[in-house]
Ligand binder design. Sequence first.
Ligand SMILES: Nc1nc2c(ncn2[C@@H]2O[C@H](COP(=O)(O)OP(=O)(O)OP(=O)(O)O)[C@@H](O)[C@H]2O)c(=O)[nH]1
Ligand SMILES: [Mg+2]
Length: 509
Amino acid sequence: MILASRIPKPTSIAFQALLSAVTGPIFRSSLSAATLRRNRLQSFPTTFRPLSCHSHCRLVVTTCASSVSSSSSTSSPATQRETTSSLKHQITELSERKAARKLYNLLAEAEEAEDPLNRPDSSAYRSAIRSQLRLKRPDLALDLYRLRRKAQQARPDIVSCDVPLISSLLRMTLRDDLKRKDRSTAFEMLLEDLRHDCAYIANNREENRERLSQVMAVLLSAVKSLLESGEANAIPQLIEMARGVAEGGKNAAVEIGLYNTAIRMLGKNKMLESVFEVLDMVRLAQVKPDNETFEFLANAAVRQVRFVKGAVSMDTLPEPLGAEVAFVGRSNVGKSSLVNMICNRKALAYVSGRPGKTQQFNYFLVNERSPETQFYLVDLPGVGYAKVPIPVKEEWLRFMRQYLKHRTSLRIVFHLIDGRHGALADDEQLMQEIAGYGKGLQYVLVLTKMDKADKQRAKRSVMDKTRAALVRNGCSPDIPIVLTSASSRLGRDDMWRHMQGALRSLGSK
Ligand SMILES: Nc1nc2c(ncn2[C@@H]2O[C@H](COP(=O)(O)OP(=O)(O)OP(=O)(O)O)[C@@H](O)[C@H]2O)c(=O)[nH]1
Ligand SMILES: [Mg+2]
């Protein structure tokens, strides 16, 4: 009855993980005749719904009520409507009287009713749980949710996963002062249900456009709540789920503000790896990042930065730290400007229209107070057209060659080339040298001042020419090329993406 062909191929490991929880039982229909007879749904078409249950999960088929005989039922739909409305009336009344415990008992007793049609339905549960939350009784709200969950195992008419409800519960559970242990048990349960919903969405993307965004919003706000309550352990799980949802493409789009908040909060909690994962989601969900996105990213990656030293020879270099990132290129190409852009600072490195401004290897120490993520950014003097005496220029060049070749803590070299002109003779020479430096060094080409080369064709042509120059000079054609502009701040995320490798190897979370 359940056809494997209706289940789209999972698109990621994350989804495979999610799906592995449900695929086993997919081929076992849990639809018994009795279940079908009990099915009271008025309007559901034939569809798959994941059923959350405690130890194992199943997919059940809910079927159009009209096609199902209800011969075993003693009550008519009219009686059932009466029951539901009477129950709802009592829920409202108890809620107004703030009788939280009685409200719980009401549902618990109704759940025991002999005739299944007299038991609370999804909407009765939802309104009772919401009342408990309004009455600031997350403990009872959770107890009711557990009751509903248990009932759900036998009754496919109870909506399997109610995202808005789970969202409210998550928020309240995390905000309210439940005991830590209770909170984490509740959190695990809610997360499990959400995971089932994610699996369901993965299988039924098209029918679930709205749900994609809804789940994404819940996951992102759960990230925020967890960080606020200082419980970051579950975050990787949440992020993995959100990533799975984001792979649904633009259907999972929620406003950029929600992603930004997650980035900001994760950054504050020094969870840089997760920051990049959220950035990946932004891209997957085809949401347009805004200025805040990059600002929060820069703040997450660079918590403190200061100039520490200007070195003029190998002997005067500072003691190596975990990692070092260098910016090389012709004079005036925009190296110092890019350092400022990356760090989200205006005047950290001195910028000038006059070529040859930077005259020593300027070392900037990033994240001084977190030894596990600290590293150096090194702004080098320019090669080529510097208005400095030739012997000085030659000395810089010699020093740069030694540095690039022998500085073992150097992880990435960003080679900047003016995007308007493409690679010149000095650049080609540099490419040739770096190509011979071995594999340990990550080499990235950066085309700068792209605000001035804004025609799409010009961009394409300079990219092609640069790639050809790389190949001509013995470099791999796979060397990444990043387009940047210190004026429009283009390429901030790409620059950070490349640096992330170096930071990761420092053991940042
Ligand atoms: N329009 C535009 N101008 C830029 C950009 N980046 C840098 N500039 C300008 O280019 C000039 C040189 O910038 P710097 O950052 O000092 O260049 P540099 O490579 O550090 O130069 P040296 O220190 O001399 O090697 C300055 O006038 C900057 O304002 C950019 O992306 N767009
Ligand atoms: Mg400079």
